[in-house]
Design a protein around this ligand. Structure first.
Ligand SMILES: *Cc1c(COP(=O)(O)O)cnc(C)c1O
Length: 388
């Protein structure tokens, strides 16, 4: 039986385990000191003024949309090549979603398609309220370009940086929100650092941070200044909005804080693995990831595209051959508008042709800090065999 090389995997140290155990022995399992400490550490690392920790990136996207006022009658745009959560967040708010096709080189939302679609939408009187670019595989989107369009057309920006913590755009950390209103990170175990489940919303706006803090905890405030009248007594709190329980626990925050100490090491290691893949795959009929000079990718994923014109097998056959050889390949992502739920909303195959071409050729190779040289060689052998 071959052991499977997973496509992604967390890296948990003895120090990470000790950090969680310490919280278990402390007075607070949740709503203690670890969450604000993790938030401060991330804000400082990214150079953002505020960080709001929540129980997932999905929750962060939801309250980010709400904080920006997304509601019924509004439209939110994102990319078709992303995890469904980047689009679902708008639907949670009663808004509708639309998709901007991808760039054929970076696989991120195309700036040209965005500019075209905005010109058409302005004409039709249906401009988006929020645009959610996704830094696919960790490679930053053209944020300066998207920001310039936001100034012209008046939309807000949420960066879905679930793949991109530890990366940089034009020399500055992703998450500093220089070109956006809010940036969201995910700490799911396959991502770059983990809290098991968890997410964070970064912003430089005190008002947006305050609103997201309210929404993550039932819409309840204990701040007298936000109450409609003086407290009835020392027990008093007020619910002033309809919020959720989206809080991160102290156990998760302690794990995240501990993982932050190795974030740069993780990303450096991912770059070394990617460079090695680039060399190993040079002679195979595949397109290796192209990196824009403006970005330093977090390299959450290493996605190749098959040159199907030079391969006898189909995309699916290559994928299945790799899985059969114990290589835990994956496909990021099925275009969101092709999901049955979105087809139910009126989207059809052919809506995002560039994204669909990508989907027909893409394969995510295993990529995680603990991956060995031997495992990379095994991936190469399996791939060489699979495309023969
Ligand atoms: C993982 C992921 C999410 C959702 O993150 P969770 O923390 O699992 O909710 C959202 N967007 C993208 C692009 C992701 O990869």
């Amino acid at each position: 039986m071959t052991t499977v090389i997973p496509y992604g995997r967390q890296d948990i140290s003895e120090a990470d385990i000790q950090a969680v155990v310490e919280v278990l022995r402390s007075d607070f399992l949740t709503q203690g000191p670890a969450v604000p400490a993790f938030e401060r550490t991330l804000a400082d690392y990214c150079g953002a003024q505020h960080a709001v920790a929540v129980n997932s990136a999905t929750s962060a996207l939801h309250i980010a949309c709400l904080a920006l006022g997304v509601g019924k009658g509004d439209v939110v745009w994102t990319t078709p090549i992303t995890f469904v959560a980047s689009a679902n967040c708008a639907l949670y708010c009663g808004a509708s979603v639309d998709f901007v096709d991808i760039d054929p080189h970076t696989y991120n939302m195309s700036l040209e398609r965005l500019a075209e679609k905005l010109a058409q939408a302005e004409h039709a009187g249906k401009l988006p309220k929020v645009v959610i670019p996704v830094h696919l595989c960790g490679q930053p989107c053209d944020m300066a370009g998207i920001h310039a369009l936001s100034q012209r057309y008046g939309f807000k920006i949420i960066e879905d940086a679930s793949h991109a913590i530890g990366g940089k755009y034009r020399g500055e950390p992703i998450g500093n929100c220089r070109y956006s209103d809010i940036t969201v990170f995910s700490f799911h175990p396959v991502k770059i650092i983990t809290t098991a489940e968890g997410g964070m919303a970064m912003t430089n706006s005190a008002a947006l941070a305050k609103r997201m803090q309210l929404l993550r905890s039932h819409g309840i405030t204990r701040d007298v200044n936000d109450m409609t009248h003086a407290p009835d007594g020392p027990w008093y709190y007020q619910q002033i909005d309809l919020g959720f329980n989206y809080r991160m626990t102290d156990l998760q925050a302690a794990l995240g804080l501990s993982q932050m100490q190795r974030l740069d090491e993780f990303v450096t290691r991912r770059h070394a693995i990617a460079r090695r893949y680039d060399q190993l795959l040079a002679d195979l009929p595949v397109v290796i990831p192209w990196q824009h000079a403006d970005g330093y990718s977090g390299l959450h994923l290493y996605v190749i595209r098959l040159k199907l014109g030079e391969i006898v097998k189909t995309h699916r056959q290559v994928f299945e051959a790799l899985r059969a050889a114990g290589v835990g390949v994956n496909l990021h992502y099925i275009p969101v508008p092709c999901q049955p739920y979105y087809e139910g909303l009126g989207f059809k195959a052919g809506y995002c042709p560039e994204g669909e071409r990508y989907y027909a050729e893409a394969i995510s190779l295993p990529m995680y800090p603990g991956m060995t040289e031997k495992q990379q060689k095994d991936v190469l052998s399996a791939l060489t065999e699979a495309v023969r």
